[in-house]
Design a protein around this ligand. Structure first.
Ligand SMILES: [Zn+2]
Length: 182
């Protein structure tokens, strides 16, 4: 089985325009600015053998204000620049009560089937409590980057930034190279 690091998209892999509590999600490629500080940590994690996956709630797809085409362009950019293997999207509205909208763990479970992951050995890196909650439910280790959105629920580690999160993951499981049998 393989191991992965899951990343929250907004505010971790792409920059958010403000530090206000209600952050507007970028809706177009022009508004979508990649976080240059993500490049090196993701390169190191990839070199250590991790599958790199991003997860994101995009209710604008159901509500009609996010175009699928723009979203695909943004995610193509994201994967190309950072070597991400896939961006997993929950397109639903809160009222749909789907199993994949974070803080639910559906996207992690779906990825585990698709990528043959051992979730107990996977990490979730985010600045938001919703991802730490989903990680806890799925059995992953959560690394929460310190932010106003950390909440007070379960998390395994709090780290100062993305580079610190990657270091922590590599320190906990330094050699994740896939054996020939997997
Ligand atoms: Zn969903």
């Amino acid at each position: 089985m393989r191991v992965a690091v899951f990343f929250e998209r907004d505010g971790v892999l792409n920059l958010m325009p403000s530090s206000q509590r209600q952050q507007p999600t970028p809706l177009t490629l022009a508004e979508f600015h990649l976080n240059p500080a993500a490049e090196e940590p993701l390169r190191e994690l990839k070199a250590a053998g991790y599958v790199l996956l991003a997860t994101t709630n995009q209710p604008g797809l159901s509500r009609g204000y996010q175009s699928r085409r723009e979203l695909d362009l943004m995610h193509r950019n994201l994967c190309g620049r950072f070597g991400l293997d896939e961006v997993l999207v929950c397109p639903h509205d809160e009222m749909d009560e789907c199993p994949c909208r974070k803080p639910k763990a559906g996207l992690l479970i779906e990825a585990a089937f698709k990528w043959h992951l051992d979730l107990d050995r996977c990490f979730v890196i985010s600045d938001k409590w919703q991802d730490a909650h989903a990680a806890h439910v799925a059995g992953c280790t959560s690394l929460l980057i310190k932010s106003p959105w950390n909440g007070s629920g379960h998390r395994d580690f709090v780290v100062p930034d993305l580079a610190g999160a990657a270091r922590k993951a590599l320190n906990l499981h330094p050699q994740m190279l896939c054996p020939a049998s997997c």
